[in-house]
Design a protein around this ligand. Structure first.
Ligand SMILES: Cc1ncc(COP(=O)(O)O)c(C=O)c1O
Length: 376
């Protein structure tokens, strides 16, 4: 039987289900907005963490310059709330280029890319569609994922962009995802990053191509981006919810973890453990950075109780380090290792204050829905 009205209290919710602590969310949004304002950095948050226009609108209300997206779906959904979007993922392949360029023309579109192979077809399609597109050249400063590895390569691509209107070169982008040390131990990595970046900026400057924008900053590195000369913009994503990995990296405290998965203890039959109804399809199978044996999440307020093993719909709580003995039917809140994956696994988020469910909102930009193929 369908309920006629939505649940108002947490104990009415069917588990497993993601909860967002609304006070913690508000605090996290304020904290990053304030950091960027104090240091004169433009904030262009990555929406991959929340995938929700509701939270994006709040980020913009608090001063974000624009939004960062990784997928065409994220671009399409976020165009509904934001006129200034960055695709921080090279759009390669005719179908993807077509879809990206089909974005609402009233939205300013910037694309980050690192090759002429990605650039030329984009330029051709943008020209055919008379669609202005701004370009950041992606440079590698240590992550070894995407990004050109020499300043000369960055310069060559920037020059080519300038010869291909309606494309316009705006600057460079880098992702410091390799800076995964604790916040207090990032000095060495930041020194290398600073040196790499200044080599890029020097060559571009010598060639008369001073970038308008130098875009960087993950959540763990964002708090120290003001120490990296030349950076004008940061793109943190995870900071809205934070997670166990972010705590371990010293970029937030446990009290800043806004996202948990509410789960029910379904078995205590095996001594030394309790089984919950949240497995890999609720929590994601994400390791902690450098913590191969640390499990996949832990109980909020009982940090010595990790989820040590999972099946798809079962999570095993290890009770060996605690004298706490949960009973079948008890509910727990699990802090996941990686919040973004949990969001991606769910259609709807529940916003809570204390025991009260105050709001629900859809994870609208999840998945890859191809509009042209969707059937009603
Ligand atoms: C290109 C890019 N920018 C920004 C981010 C946001 O980083 P974080 O999740 O650490 O906040 C990511 C995350 O994957 C990314 O890939």
């Amino acid at each position: 039987m369908l309920h006629s009205s939505p649940p108002q209290f947490i104990d009415q919710l069917e588990t497993p289900i993601p909860l967002v602590d609304l006070d913690r969310l508000a605090h996290n949004l304020d904290r990053m907005a304030a950091y960027c304002a104090v240091h004169g950095l433009a904030l262009r948050p990555h929406v991959k963490t929340h995938k929700s226009p509701r939270i994006a609108a709040e980020q913009l209300r608090l001063g974000a310059r624009g939004l960062t997206c990784a997928t065409p779906r994220e671009l399409e959904v976020m165009a509904g709330v934001c006129p200034d979007l960055l695709l921080a993922h090279p759009p390669v392949g005719a179908a993807k280029v077509r879809r990206v360029l089909g974005l609402d023309p009233s939205a300013r579109l910037t694309v980050a890319l690192d090759s002429l192979e990605a650039l030329e077809p984009l330029a051709e399609a943008a020209d055919a569609a008379s669609r202005p597109v701004d370009v950041y050249v992606e440079v590698d400063v240590g992550m070894r994922r995407v990004g050109v590895s020499t300043p000369a390569d960055a310069l060559a691509i920037a020059r080519r962009v300038r010869a291909l209107p309606p494309l316009a070169w705006r600057g460079i982008a880098f992702y410091p995802g390799h800076v995964r040390q604790h916040l207090s131990r990032q000095d060495e990595a930041l020194a290398t990053l600073r040196a790499d970046l200044s080599a890029h900026l020097a060559l571009l400057g010598d060639a008369g191509l001073v970038p308008d924008v130098v875009s960087g900053g993950s959540t763990p590195a964002a708090w120290r981006m003001h120490e990296v000369t030349g950076v004008t913009e940061v793109r943190p994503g995870t900071y809205v919810y934070n997670d166990r990995a972010t705590v371990e990296l010293g970029a937030c405290g446990w009290e800043d973890c806004a996202l948990t998965v509410l789960a029910t203890v379904i078995s205590t039959a095996v001594p030394g453990q309790a089984v919950i109804d949240a497995g890999s399809k609720a929590l994601g199978r994400e390791p902690l950075p450098g913590g191969a044996d640390a499990g996949y999440g832990c109980v909020l307020d009982r940090l010595d109780v990790p989820v040590v093993r999972m099946s798809e719909e079962h999570g095993i709580l290890d009770l060996r380090a605690t004298d706490w003995r949960p009973r079948v039917g008890d509910v727990v809140r699990i802090v996941p290792n990686h919040a973004c994956i949990v969001v991606h696994l769910n259609d709807v988020m529940q916003g809570v204050r204390g025991e009260v469910v105050e709001a629900t909102w859809p994870v609208t930009a999840r998945g890859r829905t191809m509009p042209q193929w969707a059937t009603p």
